[in-house]
Write a protein that binds this ligand. Structure first.
Ligand SMILES: [Zn+2]
Ligand SMILES: [Zn+2]
Ligand SMILES: [Zn+2]
Length: 154
C-alpha cells in the first residue's frame, strides 16, 4: 500500500552503514528484495527464496541474521498475523503508529489499513483511562471482497 518515497528508500539503504554495519553485497540484495516486495509481509524463508534467485550462493543463516539485524536497527518490524510465521515489513518513518491488517480467512490475503481511522477511539481511550497510547497492533478477520464475490456466484 503506502509506497515508499525515493528518500525513504535511500534512507533504508543507508541505515546499515549509518549504524556502523557494512553493506555487503548480500545484505544489499536482502534490503533490495525487502524494498521491492514492500507491503507483502514476507517471512524470512520467503525473503530467502527471492534473494536466492539473484544471489544463488546466499545461505538461509545469512538471511536470518540480516533480517534480525534490520529488525534490531528498526528498519523493519516483525508481524504476527496468526499464521504461525514471523512476517516482516518496513517501518515507515511517517507512520507514528502501526497500520492495521485485514486478514481474509478464506484466501489469507492481507489488506493494509492506514492508522488515522482509529484517532477518535484513541482519544477516547486516552481520556477515559488516562492512558497514553504509544502504539497498537490490530488485526481484523473476515472475508475479502474477491472471496465475497466468488461466494455469491456459487
Ligand atoms: Zn494510532
Ligand atoms: Zn479472500
Ligand atoms: Zn502491513
Amino acid at each position: 500500500m503506502s509506497k515508499l518515497s525515493s528518500g525513504e528508500i535511500e534512507k533504508l539503504k543507508n541505515s546499515l552503514k549509518e549504524k556502523g554495519y557494512k553493506l555487503t553485497p548480500q545484505r544489499r540484495a536482502i534490503v533490495d528484495m525487502i524494498i521491492r516486495n514492500e507491503g507483502k509481509h514476507l517471512t524470512t524463508e520467503e525473503i530467502y527464496d527471492l534473494v536466492k534467485k539473484d544471489c544463488p550462493e546466499i545461505g538461509l543463516a545469512t538471511v536470518y541474521r540480516t533480517v534480525q539485524l534490520l529488525e534490531d536497527i528498526g528498519v523493519i518490524c516483525k508481524l504476527d498475523l496468526d499464521d504461525g510465521c514471523s512476517r516482516y515489513e518496513i517501518v515507515h518513518e511517517k507512520e507514528i503508529h502501526h497500520h492495521h491488517h485485514l486478514i481474509c480467512t478464506k484466501c489469507s490475503k492481507i489488506i493494509e489499513v492506514p492508522d488515522h481511522l482509529l484517532e477518535d477511539l484513541e482519544s477516547q481511550i486516552e481520556k477515559n483511562y488516562n492512558f497514553k497510547i504509544l502504539n497498537h497492533s490490530l488485526k481484523f478477520y473476515g472475508i475479502c471482497s474477491e472471496c465475497l464475490k466468488k461466494s455469491k456466484k456459487v
